[in-house]
Design a protein around this ligand. Structure first.
Ligand SMILES: NC(=O)c1ccc[n+]([C@@H]2O[C@H](COP(=O)([O-])OP(=O)(O)OC[C@H]3O[C@@H](n4cnc5c(N)ncnc54)[C@H](O)[C@@H]3O)[C@@H](O)[C@H]2O)c1
Length: 331
């Protein structure tokens, strides 16, 4: 579990929402696992209903199987638990999405529409993540908030259309829908699956266990990344911001963590593990990485709701190494 410093980090965002009843979709995924811990620490275990399409059997607190393609089931869960806020994390990520584009569109767009319709009918607030995948090759090397969105992947197109759908529900139906364009997220608690930035997490596990790792991208592949602690804090700060402070970017604010190339990451790891052997053997995910920006500018997030990242690459590497060592020794 990531360190949840509720008192110092999140107290200011709890004002006025401390009685929230929360639904989390896709809660067993990489972000959901950590976000659930934070939400339960903030609002109490019984106030957070976690849901997913599969059941790992080991979850604590209220849990239901819930397919986001089933509107009636979503609506029933909201009524049963008097839900007022939804963290909608159920999705099919980039690398999986390119292999199964139909499923990617159905889950990422159909699922989001169901959640927004349910939010509209039950008066809920919604957080649903976007991604740096909304950008295409014309936004390289640095994607500004208002850079054109011309994604070349199915996943990226679902995220772009998702932002548009959220803005429409906000303007037309008053649904308080908010989102962030997450960069690649690094955490040691739940392994990432099916994303293009997964190498930046996998390398820490493989080096810890076997002292070697083959990156699936070239060494010069530079992408925006963020520690999970920063991503969770950004999520809570965005959801805690007064609605009137948010601009037209409310469904998809750029948030910057730290950007580095695969080679820079390998150097940083080798300076701490001199025997580590790392190679760069690109596979099909290289094509996706080549269309994404190397870095993002997040001026609107900083101006509108005070976003500021807390990790540089050295802190990130130290944190991941310590976290992976700890989780390996306790499993
Ligand atoms: N992890 C990242 O680096 C990253 C970066 C950018 C954006 N995002 C976005 O953040 C959100 C969460 O990502 P994540 O990394 O936790 O993904 P993940 O793949 O780890 O988890 C997604 C979860 O959704 C569930 N799911 C899939 N289809 C479902 C359905 N039909 N109904 C209910 N649940 C279903 C899966 O079982 C899984 O547990 C997604 O919208 C993703 O696009 C993630």
């Amino acid at each position: 579990m990531i360190d949840v410093q509720v008192s110092s980090d999140y107290l200011h965002v709890m004002v006025g929402v401390s009685g929230s009843q929360i639904l989390v979709t896709g809660a067993l995924g990489q972000i959901g696992s950590d976000l659930t811990n934070t939400l339960r620490a903030m609002y109490g275990e019984g106030s957070v209903l976690t849901t997913d399409i599969h059941d790992e059997g080991s979850q604590e607190g209220p849990f239901q199987l819930l397919d986001v393609l089933d509107y009636e089931a979503i609506s029933r869960a909201i009524s049963e638990y008097s839900i007022d806020t939804i963290y909608h994390l159920a999705a099919v990520l980039s690398a999986h999405g390119e292999k199964d584009p139909d499923l990617c569109e159905r889950v990422n767009l159909g699922g989001l529409q169901n959640i927004l319709d349910a939010a509209r009918n039950h008066g809920c607030r919604v957080f649903a993540p976007s991604s740096i995948a909304v950008f295409g090759p014309d936004s390289r090397p640095i994607a500004m908030q208002n850079s054109p969105l011309s994604p070349t992947t199915v996943y990226g197109r679902t995220k772009k259309e998702g932002e548009e759908m959220m803005l429409k529900y906000f303007h037309n139906y008053g649904v308080d829908a908010r989102g962030l364009r997450y960069p690649g997220l690094l955490s040691w608690t739940t392994p990432p699956t099916g994303g293009t930035t997964d190498y930046a997490v996998q390398v820490f596990y493989e080096i810890h266990e076997n002292e070697k790792y083959d990156f699936f991208v070239r060494g010069d592949t530079k992408l925006p990344m963020m520690m999970m602690q920063d991503a969770i804090r950004a999520t809570m700060e965005l959801m805690g911001a007064p609605s009137e402070k948010l601009s037209r970017w409310r469904p998809g604010y750029n948030v910057r963590g730290v950007s580095f190339s695969a080679m820079e990451l390998a150097h940083c790891i080798r300076s701490r593990k001199p025997n580590a052997v790392m190679r760069f053997i690109p596979d099909e995910r290289q094509h996706i990485a080549d269309t994404w920006p190397e870095d993002v500018d997040d001026a609107p997030a900083r101006n509108d709701w005070g976003w500021e990242s807390r990790f540089d690459i050295d802190q990130l590497v130290d944190s991941m190494m310590a976290g992976v060592a700890q989780s390996s020794s306790s499993s």
